[in-house]
Design a protein around this ligand. Structure first.
Ligand SMILES: O=P(O)(O)OC[C@@H](O)[C@H]1O[C@@H](OP(=O)(O)O)[C@@H](O)[C@@H](O)[C@@H]1O
Ligand SMILES: [Mg+2]
Ligand SMILES: [Zn+2]
Length: 179
């Protein structure tokens, strides 16, 4: 199974230090929807693993989050693709859950859903927590420079992290590799 796992904020859509609190604030990064659709049309399953502590903080509710994800699915479908499972951590940093990145719980949820091993599966993120979650379950950590990626890069990366400008570049690389 060709599985690719994506972080959401800063990879698929623009991020904000003030959180993405409404559908109006949910703005796709140019090329990201098309990248997901291209991969999907080529037989890839694209899943999403996202921290959403804004829920615990009371900045928005599950209905608003669901509306963002419905919009994403609609945009991908309009490009002839299909988005796979989206899992999110609704907890705050002090709740001690098992699913908040840098813990790998979201990635494990995705692996169990598709009944696949995570070894070598690319997980594309923009934050150090994304890279740590990937490494915790032997995923291939991939950093994009979009979102908080440049900040993450400036902090220094552990060995073995692949770096791309954005999700479109990740998709182009994966599709070129299998051409
Ligand atoms: O990048 P993903 O995982 O899709 O989502 C990140 C968001 O949940 C928010 O995560 C917050 O971190 P804290 O949860 O406050 O540590 C901040 O980084 C916000 O800027 C960001 O929008
Ligand atoms: Mg992110
Ligand atoms: Zn959680």
């Amino acid at each position: 199974m060709k599985l690719l796992i994506l972080d959401r904020d800063g990879v698929i859509n623009e991020d904000s230090d003030a959180y993405i609190k409404s559908l109006a604030e949910w703005i796709p990064i140019p090329g990201s929807v098309e990248a997901i659709a291209r991969l999907s049309r080529a037989g890839w399953t694209v899943a999403v693993a996202t921290n959403q502590s804004g829920l615990a903080r009371g900045y928005y509710d599950e209905a608003t989050l669901a509306a963002m994800h419905a919009r994403l699915r609609q945009l991908v479908a309009e490009q002839g693709g299909e988005l796979g499972l989206i899992v999110h951590c609704p907890h705050g940093p002090d709740e001690g859950c098992a699913c908040r990145k840098p813990l790998p719980g979201l990635l494990v949820q995705i692996a169990r859903h598709y009944d696949v091993a995570l070894d070598g599966v690319w997980f594309v993120g923009d934050s150090p927590g994304d890279l740590a979650a990937a490494r915790a379950v032997a995923c291939q950590p991939v950093l994009v420079r979009s979102g908080k990626g440049e900040r993450t890069l400036a902090k220094g990366l552990p060995d073995g992290v692949k770096v791309f400008d954005n999700l479109a570049a990740v998709a182009a690389h994966l599709l070129a590799e299998e051409a």
